[in-house]
Design a protein around this ligand. Sequence first.
Ligand SMILES: [Zn+2]
Ligand SMILES: [Zn+2]
Length: 343
Amino acid sequence: MKVLRGNLHIHSDQSDGTLPVPEIAGIAQRCGLDFIGINDHYAVRQDHQYIGGVLVLMGTELNRRHSHYLAYNAPVQLPPDQQDGAVVVKAVRDCGGVGIIAHPFEKGSPVISRGRHYPWKNWAVRGFDGIEVWNLTSQWRDAVAGYVQALLMWLCNKYMPFYSGPCPEALAKWDELCQTGHVTGVAGSDLHAPQRRVLGITFRILDYPLLMSAVNNYVLVQELQGDARADACAVLGAFKRGRCWFAFDKLAPAREFSFVALGREEGTLGDVVQRRGSRVRLKVASPLPGRISVLRNGLPALAKEGQRLEANVAEPGVYRVEIKLRRRGRWLPWLYSNPLYVK
Ligand SMILES: [Zn+2]
Ligand SMILES: [Zn+2]
C-alpha cells in the first residue's frame, strides 16, 4: 500500500478564498503534498485533476448559516442554504458521494466577524462518512479573545493554537459515533487566506503555505493509475473506509505509521478484526519515538514510550491510536489514527 499526504478543506477564489486553484496546487507541491481537497461553497465544477503532479480533489462545501458539510463526487442540486444537516447528508449519500461534517463545534471569536460561527446542529442524523475532528481555521479563530492577544500570537508563533491538538468535543463525538458504526475522522485547514492591508502593506492571514505545512492527512491506497478521476476515487474510498490518519506535520511528518491487528485475519485502519481464541494482537509502529496511546471506545487502554507498541487485547471495541512527541520538555499532540474494530 502507498501512503499519500494531503490537505483537505481549501477555499479558492472560486468562492471566498484568495488564490486560483492552479496557484494553490503549486503551493501544495512545494509543501510536498500528494493531494489537496478544494471545497468552495456551492462549487459547480467538481472534475478532479492533476496539476503539477498534485491530485486536486474538486469538492464543495454545502450550507451557509450553520451545519457546513464537505462533499466530494456529489453534484447535488440544492438551494444555496439548505440548513438542515439531514437534507445535505441525504442529498450527498443519494448521489453516491462522500460527505464530511465540517468544524462541528466551532465557537467563534468576539473580535472576528462579530463572533459568527457555524457549528453542526443536528446530531440525530446518520449517514455521513466523516467528521472534521481538527479544523485549523476554527481553532485559530476560537483562540482569539482580543486584538492584542491575536497580534502577539501572530508575531510570536502563528502555530500556537494548534499545539493543543484537535477539538476535544469533536474527538469525544467521534469516539461516541464510532461505537455504533464507522465514521472517519479527518483534519481540515479551511484555508481562505483573507487579504488585509495595514500601513500600506498587503498580507494574507493564515496563508496557504502556513496551513498546508501545519496539519495534514495521510491515506493508504493501492497503486495510483495517473488518471485523476480513478485516483480521486481511490483516495476518497480510502477516506470513507477510514484508512487514514492525520498529524501535526509542523512538529514532524508522519508518513511511516502503521496500526494493525492480528486475529483470525490481519486488519488495519478501518477494518473489522475477529478475535482468535479470545484475543487479538495489536501492533503500532510510530514514525518517531513518542508517547504512544491506544484508546478503546475513547478511553485509554494501552500506553508506551518508544517507537513500537505491541500487546494482546481481549475486549472487543473501537481501537484508535494517539501519539505525542516530546519537544522542549513538553509532550505535544502529534498523530491521530482512525480506528480499527475488534469483534
Ligand atoms: Zn465552513
Ligand atoms: Zn470552509
